[in-house]
Structures are given as C-alpha cells and as structure tokens.
Design a protein around this ligand. Structure first.
Ligand code: SF4
Ligand code: SF4
Length: 415
C-alpha cells in the first residue's frame, strides 16, 4: 500500500500535452463556506466527520482566498457548503468576487433564499444559481433530505426566475428516484430552468455509507438514459440536460476532476485546501490550510496537490497503459475506498486487478432491487444513515478509535 504520509520526491508534472512539465493554473474555485446545513441528505458529499472540521473561516479570510485564487488565474467560483446561506456574509463575498471578475454560482438547497437575499445577491453581481431538489415528488424529496422542504424549494425556484437569474436545477439520482426521471425533467421545464443536472450519485461521504441503499440497477439506468435522450430531442433547446452514468456501470474510469491539481481548487469551511471534493477521506494525505500557507504555494508546491498530478506517479497497470493520458488512472478516492490504496488504478477499470469489487457491488444492487420498493422505507436490516450532527459525531468518534476508518468518507478496502 502506498504511504501517503511521505512526500513525493519529484514534484509537479502537469498534463498539458505540449508542455508536460508545466502546472496549469486553477480555473475553478469551490468555496465550501460551511458544513452547516438544515437538510440531512442520505447522499451528501460532505465528509462523514464534518463535525470535527466545523471552525469556519471568517469573512476577511474568505476574501483573501478569493483574491489569491483570482490572482492565480481562477475564473469560475462556486459558493457551496453545507448550505452557504446559513452564513450572513454570502452577499459580501459575492460582491467581492464580482469585483474581482469571477463568474459566480451559488449552490443552494434553497433554504434561506428569501426575496430580500435574492435582491441583495442580484445587486452584489451574482451570475448564476444552482438549486437542488431530491425528487419530483414531495414524499421522496422530503424523505431523502429528512426535512419538509419540497414546497419551499418550489417557491424559491419561482423567485429565482422572477429575479432574472439563470438557473440550474440539480437532482442527485439513485435507485429511489431514477424511475422518476421523466417527472423530474417535466418539473425543470415547468420551472423554466435553463439547465438540468441529473447527477448520478458519486459514492463518497454519506453516499458511500448508504451505497447498499442507493445503488441503482443497470436496467434503471438504461431506462433513465432513454428518457433523457427522448427529452433532449424534443426539448433540448429549452433546457440543456446533463446526465452522467455513474462510474460503477462503466469499464473505464473518468478523468477525475479533469486531473488532480489540474483545474479544481476546493477550500473547505475550516480552510483546508482540497484537490478534489472527497480528498479529506484519503488517509495520510496532509491537506494544507489557507490559514497557514499562501494559496500559490498550496497549488504549486504542496505535497497534497502534487501527489497525484500528471502521470509520473502512476503504478501498474496504468503506467504502461496506452489509455493513461485519457483518464489519468481515474479517481483516487474510489481507488482508496475499493482497494485500500489511493495510488492503485481506479477499480472501475476492467484492467484493474480489483475490478471484481465493482462488479460485485453492481450485482448486489441487482439482487437487492427486488426487496426495495422505490419511495418507501429502506430494507430494515440496513437503514439509511442520514447526514446529521449526531451521526457525524458518532462516526468521527468511532474513526478515532484504534483501527477506525479515518472518518471522512473512506472506509478502506472492501472484501
Ligand atoms: S447534500 Fe443535502 S445535506 Fe448535504 S450539503 Fe447539500 S443540501 Fe445539505
Ligand atoms: S489501466 Fe489505468 S490508465 Fe489504463 S485504462 Fe485502466 S485506469 Fe486508465
């Protein structure tokens, strides 16, 4: 197993084909303003032990992050969380980002997005809003978020359009709501969304803990894909629909984050800098913090951002693979969660010696589907683990015990 606590000897290999030694600047900054959230989604991508990282950066510290990231070259900025609107300084940060020349996107559950805040965000220069729904039905939306928020989200969607914002509707897909894809698309069309992101669940964080509950069957995915293709043909001009098949159903991995340390720079609520959303789950990877290290140094020189950058770190079978420049060996977090070693080939790849673990997960989902009824409670023997502070504290404390999983979403190799 690769020891991530040891720094790499040779830093920095970029992935620009014409200049492989150059490190590109970050293009996309994700500011995770807080882990606080009024919702309790079963698929939340926040770390399981988020309660251990709850000390948030101040407004002034976030403004420094925005300035430093823009100076590095970042142009796209997402404000997310948790629910970013639980902070009362989002308008101040949007105003600063707008002055700096960022294209800004607010990623929200809708809770807290009042007309007054929409007015203020418009005045501050916010460009775009991404509103999440859990389903097209109140029953499932409220069940999966463990809150009564469906009606509120509908009202917020109307207000977003009345304020003239371009809107992305986002819905995370899984076994429960894949059969409703047509209704979800109809809902997005009725709301006037310019974009609909049908984001098949990525199995990190809380989704990983609930994988047995959420994993769909291949038939469900194929049916949903056919529905999406039909709507694209008939309504593609009105609403652009994104639908990405989850990795587990492919034979080759995706180029995760478009390359580690190549495009994406995340900053967590406590200031930890993240090469990918789920990097906190990789044991031994020491994440630099913007409170202690300048952002430029973090991006270009830190071990965390250089560890899986480019191609030089690849192990076999990726090292000698003729496809390596296409996918860069896939997702590091998936490799860790399913093989116990983040430097292994992503086991989604059928050239990986661990590919069987992915096949087994998909087979398990197929056999479990008979015993699970969409829209109702999950099988009794393994109830859904909702994302909330009590569960997070419990998991964090278990992870601190000798032999614990690390607590941020990874759980080591599976049988
Ligand atoms: S996924 Fe749900 S619980 Fe997690 S941050 Fe988003 S709205 Fe909150
Ligand atoms: S062996 Fe590695 S580089 Fe080759 S296709 Fe599979 S994951 Fe990609």
């Amino acid at each position: 197993m690769t020891d991530l606590s040891q720094p790499v000897a040779q830093p920095v290999v970029g992935i620009q084909p014409d200049n492989p030694d150059a490190v590109p600047p970050p293009l996309w900054l994700l500011a995770e303003l807080t882990y606080r959230c009024p919702l309790h989604c079963a698929f939340c991508y926040n770390p399981l032990d988020y309660t251990d990282h709850s000390r948030e950066l101040s407004t002034a510290q976030w403004i420094d992050v925005l300035r430093d990231a823009r100076a590095l070259g970042a142009v796209q900025l997402g404000f997310s969380g948790g629910e970013p609107l639980v902070r009362d300084d989002v308008e101040v940060l949007v105003e600063e980002a707008h002055k700096l020349g960022f294209y800004t996107n607010l990623i929200t559950s809708g809770v807290g997005l009042t007309d007054k805040r929409l007015d203020d965000l418009k005045a501050a220069g916010l460009d775009h809003i991404q509103l999440s729904f859990q389903d097209s039905t109140q029953q499932l939306n409220d069940f999966l978020s463990s809150t009564r928020t469906f009606d509120l989200k509908q009202r917020v969607a109307t207000s977003i359009k009345q304020h003239g914002f371009p809107m992305v509707l986002n819905c995370v897909l899984h076994r429960y709501n894949l059969p409703h894809v047509d209704k979800i698309i109809e809902m997005a069309l009725a709301m006037g969304a310019e974009y609909l992101e049908l984001a098949n669940t990525q199995y990190y964080g809380w989704a990983h803990a609930n994988e047995a509950q959420l994993m769909p069957t291949r038939e469900q995915l194929e049916e949903a894909e056919a529905v999406v293709a039909r709507y694209r043909r008939t309504h593609g001009e009105r609403c652009k629909i994104f639908f990405v098949v989850p990795d587990y159903f492919e034979n080759r991995p995706k180029r995760c984050m478009n390359g580690w340390g190549a495009v994406f720079l995340g900053v967590a609520p406590d200031g930890a800098a993240l090469p990918c959303h789920a990097a906190r789950g990789l044991p031994g990877l020491v994440l630099p913090n913007v409170k202690e290290t300048p952002l430029r140094e973090i991006w270009y020189e830190s071990d965390a951002f250089n560890r899986f950058r480019g191609l030089k770190w690849l192990k076999e079978p990726c090292r000698s693979c003729e496809e390596k420049e296409r996918d860069l060996g896939g997702c590091r977090c998936q490799a860790y969660m399913l093989t116990g070693d983040a430097a292994n080939a992503d086991p989604v790849c059928d050239k990986s010696p661990f590919h069987e673990s992915v096949v087994k997960i998909v087979q398990r989902a197929a056999s479990a589907s008979a015993s699970t009824c969409a829209g109702t409670a999950a099988p009794r023997e393994q109830p859904i683990l909702f994302r909330n502070d009590a569960n997070s504290r419990k998991l964090a404390s278990e992870a601190r015990e000798p032999g614990g999983s690390g607590g941020s979403g990874g759980s080591g190799a599976k049988p």
